[in-house]
Design a protein around this ligand. Structure first.
Ligand SMILES: [Zn+2]
Length: 347
């Protein structure tokens, strides 16, 4: 009898250990705090999602350490934005050995926009009227993971060359999360990835994703109402580096130029480019310059002062804020940015 009980106990214990083991074995790492927050909502308390790029850091300038490489090597799933956003990823995965970690591109299925052409030649020789309207599908490059792949080096190419080839083929703008509709796609992709890795809990991941998507839809309604208060004529803006393309497209804004040339935050404009931007701002009637907390915004302030328009230097772009800041979650991040943009353009 005693033997039977202990056998029963051992089997029961093995079953229990077996269940928790499955989830402990599943180590989820996300490249950025924004991806990690969305993923944690879908993981609920089943999984812990860690972040690779430190909070507040600029993903465009991120250089992984050997400790970072070790964290990637230990991960089961690596959740990435994709579309060429994580320029550091190719070398990192090569060092780690690509077989050990499964890379999930959460933006697969998103309609990718091209970076707009920035503030140089393009705008100087075209009439303001022509630029006023959306150019419709000209901005759409294709569906990521479907008919479109965006190489990581396109991001840099847009920055360095910023000419002929990139204009023709269009470099992918990877800042897809500035439109919550794209984060609905993220949520579905993440739920699918978690379910594939941990099928026993598939229905829980699905339920968590559905609950989070309901919050994203409420967020969209909130932003719609906020933007309804921004006059059409005030929806012409300039950004520090180009990170609001999807937001602009979704809410009827036009980004007529950027302070920093190209797609990343590591390039600096020359004096002629700055002078051309000020002329452009006046010609297009742009109302505000929007800069991100993670990059140097001194030039944005100088340009805004010269052009006599509003400047906001506290938007969040690549990262969430710390827990005690204004944007500790993706939902807060969008609310905070949308409110700052609306109040600068209506105030
Ligand atoms: Zn960026």
């Amino acid at each position: 009898m005693r033997l039977r009980i202990s056998v029963f106990l051992v089997v029961a214990l093995m079953l229990l250990v077996g269940t928790t083991q499955a989830q402990d074995d599943l180590r989820v790492l996300a490249t950025t705090s924004i991806v990690a927050d969305v993923a944690q909502n879908i993981a609920g308390d089943l999984l812990t999602v860690d972040t690779l790029v430190p909070l507040g850091a600029d993903t465009h300038a991120f250089e992984p350490s050997t400790a970072d490489a070790a964290r990637v090597a230990e991960a089961t799933l690596l959740l990435t934005v994709g579309a060429g956003y994580e320029g550091f990823l190719g070398d990192l995965l090569e060092n780690v050995g690509a077989d050990t970690v499964q890379v999930i591109v959460v933006s697969n299925g998103v309609e990718i926009l091209a970076f707009s052409d920035g503030h140089d030649d393009e705008h100087a020789d075209s009439s303001a009227e022509a630029e006023d309207e959306h150019e419709g599908d000209d901005h759409h490059l294709g569906v990521l993971g479907g008919d479109l792949e965006c190489a990581a080096d396109e991001h840099e190419a847009a920055d360095e060359a910023h000419a002929e080839e990139d204009h023709e083929h269009g470099a992918c703008d990877a800042h897809v999360w500035t439109d919550p509709a794209n984060v609905v796609i993220w949520a579905n992709n993440i739920a699918d990835a978690f379910s594939a890795a941990d099928p026993a809990n598939a229905s829980l991941y699905r339920a968590n994703a559905d609950a989070y998507i309901a919050q994203l839809e409420a967020l969209q309604e909130e932003i719609d109402a906020l933007m309804a208060g921004v006059p059409e004529a005030a929806r012409i803006i300039v950004t520090n580096h180009e990170f609001l393309g999807y937001f602009a497209y979704a809410y009827g804004f036009e980004v007529v130029g950027t302070v920093l040339p190209g797609a990343t935050t590591d390039a600096e404009p020359n004096p002629q480019e700055l002078a051309a931007l000020i002329t452009l701002i006046q010609a297009e009637g742009a109302r505000g310059i929007f800069a991100e907390v993670s990059a140097n915004s001194q030039l944005a302030e100088v340009v805004a002062q010269e052009a006599g328009i509003a400047v906001v230097t506290t938007l969040y772009s690549e990262s969430l804020s710390p827990a005690d800041g204004p944007a500790p979650t993706y939902l807060d991040y969008m609310r905070y940015n949308a409110q700052a943009i609306a109040s600068a353009l209506t105030g």
